[in-house]
Design a protein around this ligand. Structure first.
Ligand code: SF4
Length: 352
């Protein structure tokens, strides 16, 4: 078993202002398959402060979505705990967990799959209000209209069915449903990636406005680095079931410390074609190794352009440093020193 992957920032005290919105403690999720054990999440310790947006990035298969499901108790951890607003929800019984679900929720990439096609929009938004007894029946229609207005939808849409809506409208309904019980934590798992490019920005702006107005904490999972840079206060980078770097968004996007973070950023397309043509280009070589059998030592070493012998045998722990200016960063790399300096990456990557 791997050692815990520790990336704690934010308070951990019992006073409510200091209690994080979410604290994942040495969280592990392994799946038994016929081919062996898939180590989807393999010892993650991560904190989201109240009212903070934490972006979570990494390639497909890095464990981001599994982590998101664990964070809202839609998957049971193999070990470790999920503490939401001071309560370990991974230890709650079914009834108590259902009661607590009011305070945390998730929206998925495909709103169509999470909305019941037999319900009208009004019924879909009213359902969580009824389950959590938030409003009496006679005040329900007015409350639904208020919530729809909050997500930028007109009240008439309450009578329509999901299949009658555009993708952007469906995602707004998902957000309305998720936020109806006024949760303190929202997990947004690739909430814009199934939408037309033309509506992605409006949904991102909506999430930013809602978070600002309602003050919930948010785990924003995305492969869209521009979206993460726009929305997130801090960013965690995941690689093969582990968190390899956590930093405030500005530090991460201007000077990533972990080689994987830097390569991810440099591989992302730029919106300006001229800048894209002239930029320094580093391509991530090879595929993500199988989580059935992660590499020994640093999991990134087979693809890392600056790996040394130590990287092949010794797994780096997350270490925290204070950057010039006072921001803290955590990273798991043997070659980053206590001043946040490491050898530069070379342009030629291993091909496979
Ligand atoms: Fe690369 Fe070694 Fe750092 Fe891993 S520990 S990221 S292999 S330099």
């Amino acid at each position: 078993m791997s050692e815990p992957n520790t990336a704690v920032a934010g308070g951990t005290g019992n006073g409510s202002a200091d209690v994080p919105a979410l604290h994942l403690k040495n969280l592990v999720k392994h799946y038994a398959t016929r081919r062996g054990t898939v180590r989807s999440v393999d010892g993650v310790d991560l904190t989201i402060r109240k009212g903070e947006i934490l972006g979570l990035v990494g390639e497909s298969g890095s464990g981001k979505s599994t982590l998101g499901k664990l964070a809202v108790a839609l998957a049971e951890p193999t070990s470790g705990s999920v503490v939401i607003d001071g309560t370990d929800v991974s230890r709650l019984s079914g009834r108590e967990l259902r009661r607590r679900r009011k305070s945390f929720n998730i929206v998925f990439q495909d709103p169509g799959s999470s909305l019941n096609p037999r319900m009208t929009v009004g019924e879909a938004v009213a359902e969580p209000l009824r389950i959590h007894r938030i409003v009496e029946r006679r005040g329900e229609a007015r409350k639904v209209a208020e919530i729809l207005d909050t997500v930028g939808l007109r009240p008439e849409i309450a009578d329509r069915y999901v299949h009658m809506l555009s993708g952007g409208q469906r995602q707004r309904v998902s957000l309305a449903r998720a936020l109806a019980p006024e949760p303190t934590l929202l997990v947004a798992d690739e909430p814009t990636s199934a939408l037309d490019v033309s509506v992605q920005a409006s949904v991102l702006n909506l999430i930013a406005d809602l978070q600002h107005d309602l003050g919930f904490a948010c785990l924003f999972i995305s492969h869209d680095l521009a979206a993460v840079e726009y929305l997130a206060d801090r960013v965690a980078v995941m690689y093969l079931g582990r968190v390899v770097e956590v930093a405030d968004a500005e530090s991460l996007f201007t000077r990533p410390l972990h080689p994987y973070s830097e390569i991810l950023l440099k591989a992302a397309p730029l919106p300006d074609p001229d800048a894209q043509r002239t930029r320094e280009r580093i391509v991530l070589g090879g595929d993500l190794p199988s989580p059935l059998n992660p590499p020994a030592g640093c999991r990134f070493h087979p693809r890392c352009p600056i790996a040394v012998d130590r990287c092949r045998t010794e797994e780096p722990e997350l270490r925290e440093i204070v950057r010039p200016g006072g921001a803290t960063s955590s990273f798991a790399c043997h070659l980053v020193d206590d001043q946040g300096v490491r050898p530069p990456l070379i342009a030629d990557m291993p091909s496979g």
